[in-house]
Design a protein around this ligand. Structure first.
Ligand SMILES: Cc1cc2nc3c(=O)[nH]c(=O)nc-3n(C[C@H](O)[C@H](O)[C@H](O)COP(=O)(O)OP(=O)(O)OC[C@H]3O[C@@H](n4cnc5c(N)ncnc54)[C@H](O)[C@@H]3O)c2cc1C
Length: 310
C-alpha cells in the first residue's frame, strides 16, 4: 500500500525501530533502467524498506523520467516512493503542473528542494515567476495539500551559506515551520555533525519532526572524493587515510564503506534517529549488507510486501 511518509515514520516509531529508506537516481540508459528494475530493486525489496525516493535531475532535466520511475516503482513493487522536486528553471505554474501530474499518478510524497544553480551558472538565481528558496516551495505544497513533504538538511551547513552552519539551520527551521513533515540530510561521515544540527534545532527552535540521516556506503575512493567535493561534505582524516590506503581496490573500498556506514548507523540508532536514508547510487549490495548487519531487514515484520507486486 502506498502511504504518506509521515505515517511511515509514526509506524516505525511505534515499532521502536528506524524507518529504512533508499534513494535512487533516474538512469540515463535502457540498460540502467533494466539494472534498476530487474536487479537493484528486487534485491533491495528483500530487506523490506519502508520507502524510497527518486532524484530530480539538475535543472529539472529528468522531470518526466523521475515521475515515470516513481510511478513504476509504486506500481511494480508496491513501495511508497517520494519524488524529489526542485525550483530550478520552473515558474510556479510549471511546478503546479508537475505536482498535479504527480498527484494524478499516485504520488503522495514530495521532497521539496531549491536545486543547484544550472550547469555553467556560478550562482543560484530564481526563475521569474518561480520560487527563490525551498521554504517557499514547502509552503506552497502545504497549501496545495494532500502530500507528505520532506525537506533537505545539511549537518555541516549548506555549501553556499557563507554565514555558517547555524545560519543555514535557521533557514532549515523555517522550512520545517512552513510545513515540512521531515528532513532528509545531506551525506556526512562524522555523526557529531548530525548531533550538533539535531541539538541546535531542538534547543533553539523546538523542532520535533523526524530528522533522517542520509548516509552513503562508499564504493570507490575517487568517486567519494568527487561527490564530497561537490556537496561540501568533510571527510574525517582517518577515513581519508583508509581510503588512500585501499586506493583503486574498489572491492576493498566497498567492504570498508559497509563497515563504516554500519558503525555510523549503530551510533545513530542508539541516539534514537527516526530513520536512515541510504544513498544507494542505484546499487543494492552495500545498503542491503548494512541493513542486514543492523538486523533491520524487516524479517520480524508482517505488514510489508517482500516481493514485487507485478
Ligand atoms: C536529501 C537531499 C536530496 C537532494 N536531491 C536533489 C535532487 O533530486 N535534485 C537536485 O537538483 N538537487 C538535490 N539536492 C541538492 C539540493 O538541491 C542543493 O543542495 C541545493 O543547493 C539546496 O537545496 P535546498 O532545498 O536545501 O535549498 P534552500 O533551502 O532554498 O537553501 C539554499 C541556500 O539558501 C539559503 N537560504 C535558505 N532560505 C533563505 C532565506 N530565506 N534567506 C537567505 N538565504 C536562505 C540556505 O542557507 C542555503 O545556503 C538534494 C539534497 C539533499 C540533502
Amino acid at each position: 500500500m502506498i502511504s504518506l511518509i509521515h505515517d511511515l515514520h509514526a509506524a516505525a516509531k511505534r515499532r521502536g525501530k528506524p524507518a529504512i529508506s533508499l534513494e535512487f537516481f533516474p538512469p540515463k540508459t535502457d540498460e540502467g533502467d533494466r539494472n534498476l528494475f530487474e536487479k537493484t530493486l528486487p534485491a533491495l525489496m528483500a530487506i523490506r524498506p519502508d520507502y524510497c525516493s527518486v532524484t530530480y535531475g539538475a535543472g529539472g532535466t529528468t522531470r518526466d523520467k523521475t515521475l515515470q520511475i516513481v510511478e513504476r516503482i509504486q506500481r511494480d513493487f508496491d513501495l511508497t516512493t517520494m519524488m524529489h522536486l526542485t525550483c530550478v528553471n520552473a515558474t510556479q505554474a510549471e511546478l503546479d503542473a508537475v505536482v498535479s501530474d504527480a498527484r494524478s499518478r499516485g504520488v503522495k510524497n514530495l521532497l521539496a528542494l531549491r536545486g543547484d544553480p544550472p550547469v555553467g551558472a556560478a550562482e543560484w538565481t530564481a526563475t521569474e515567476g518561480g520560487f527563490r528558496y525551498s521554504s517557499e516551495l514547502v509552503a506552497h505544497l502545504r497549501q496545495l495539500g494532500g502530500f507528505s513533504i520532506g525537506t533537505a538538511g545539511f549537518p555541516e551547513g549548506h555549501i553556499a551559506q557563507a554565514a555558517g552552519r547555524e545560519a543555514d539551520w535557521e533557514h532549515l527551521a523555517d522550512k520545517i515551520q512552513r510545513g515540512a513533515d521531515f528532513v532528509v540530510t545531506q551525506l556526512f561521515f562524522d555523526n557529531d555533525d548530525f548531533f550538533r544540527m539535531r541539538d541546535y534545532l531542538a534547543s533553539k527552535r523546538g523542532i520535533q519532526v523526524p530528522l533522517i540521516p542520509g548516509l552513503l556506503p562508499v564504493l570507490s575512493r575517487n568517486q567519494t572524493k568527487k561527490f564530497t567535493a561537490l556537496c561540501g561534505a568533510a571527510l574525517p582524516t582517518a577515513f581519508v587515510a583508509k581510503l588512500d590506503a585501499l586506493g583503486d581496490d574498489d572491492a576493498a573500498v566497498t567492504q570498508f564503506g559497509i563497515e563504516y556506514c554500519a558503525a555510523q548507523c549503530e551510533q545513530l540508532i542508539r541516539e534514537g534517529v527516526a530513520g536512515i536514508h541510504f544513498y544507494t547510487l542505484n546499487r543494492a549490495h552495500s545498503a542491503a549488507a548494512v541493513v542486514r548487519h543492523l538486523g533491520l531487514d524487516g524479517s520480524d515484520r508482517t505488514d510489508v510486501a517482500v516481493t514485487p507486486a507485478a
